[in-house]
Design a protein around this ligand. Structure first.
Ligand code: NAP
Length: 301
């Protein structure tokens, strides 16, 4: 029995495939991979591991794993994110939104860095109450975001592939139409071939000059180059971003803009989530190595 744990994803100089092929690893024996969303598990990597039977990812999203190859090779993919991450990620989305509207991070910088006169001189924030919020992907996270923002008297609407039965929020099958009817867009859907760059220039122009974008889904849901352009040209008002197109890289333009709030993919990095996640990982791997079915969600494409 042999498992492979991918550690230090942010700091690792080697992509997984390169690591496996250059570091004298016994690739024939590896039965399990434990990874996080920052490490790609490509078709090439899966093909390199003939004994691989299970991939456990500490994330909800599976866009870093080649699911078709897993299906083809009979490799189970277990996500340990699931429902228990949703509340924390939703808190992060709402936190980012309030931060952008109230310019909390910029205000903090202002207080720290104000000059010798030590006077307060800061531009007005913007109220959250009453905002029209379009949620892209009203699943577990999107639903929690909606619940929280309802308490702020926001008007919720959403886009997804399917209208959700028993959900009364207005449904938009077209994301451009959703954007043109929203003050804020919150992105909570998975990254896949249909959703890559779902937020393009047309959507941002439809959101408009006072519009705010919040992304807790995946970076590549947004065409990041266009986002930089739209923010710099004032085509949208601000953005709160927990995820980026090419993590851990962040476009340097973002760091110079005080209408952008940045977070290092920390939507589920609470102590509670981390503890629960570790337990689920351990349970899934124990179940696998004792030949039981994992108790958590299994994705096989
Ligand atoms: P979920 O419960 O499966 O909900 C996903 C939602 O997205 C569903 O409403 C689904 O509705 C919609 N959707 C799927 N494909 C779509 C498409 N092509 N176009 C439009 N809508 C689509 O997932 P979740 O637990 O809420 O998680 C969502 C994503 O959040 C994850 O995949 C992950 O990438 C991200 N996430 C981020 C963090 C973080 O730390 N920032 C943490 C956890 C998860 P339909 O099926 O009707 O389209």
């Amino acid at each position: 029995m042999y498992g492979f744990v991918i550690r230090d994803a942010f700091s690792s100089p080697h992509p997984l495939h390169q690591f496996l092929t250059t570091q004298n690893v016994d690739t024939l024996s590896i039965q399990a991979i434990l990874c996080n969303p920052h490490q790609q598990v490509s078709a090439d990597t899966i093909r390199l591991l003939p004994s691989l039977s299970i991939i456990v990812t500490t994330s909800t999203g599976t866009d870093h794993i080649d699911l078709s190859e897993c299906s083809r090779c009979g490799v189970q993919v277990v996500t340990v994110g699931g429902g228990q991450f949703a509340e924390d990620v939703a808190d992060m989305a709402v936190g980012l939104l309030i931060n952008v509207l109230w310019k909390i991070s910029a205000a903090d910088q202002h207080v720290r860095n104000r000059g010798p006169s030590r006077s307060w001189s800061f531009s007005l924030g913007c109220k959250l109450g009453g905002k029209r919020v379009g949620i892209v992907g009203l699943g577990r996270i999107g639903g929690e975001v909606a619940k929280r923002l309802e308490a702020f008297d926001c008007k919720i609407m959403y886009h997804s592939r399917n209208r959700r039965p028993n959900v009364l929020y207005p449904f938009y099958s077209d994301v451009v139409e959703l954007a043109s009817n929203s003050d804020v867009l919150v992105l909570c859907c998975p990254l896949n071939e249909q959703t890559r760059h779902i937020i393009n220039r047309e959507v941002m122009l439809a959101l408009g000059k006072t519009g705010v974008l919040v992304n807790v889904g995946r970076g590549a849901l947004i065409d990041e180059k266009e986002l930089v352009r739209c923010l710099m040209e004032g085509e949208i008002s601000g953005a709160g971003l927990d995820v980026f197109e090419n993590e851990p890289n962040v476009p340097k333009e973002f760091t110079a803009l005080d209408n952008v709030v940045l977070s290092p993919h920390a939507g589920s990095l609470t102590l509670e989530c981390f503890t629960d996640g570790c337990e689920l990982v351990a349970r899934s791997l124990e179940a696998f190595f004792s030949s039981k079915l994992p108790s958590t969600a299994v994705v096989d494409d």
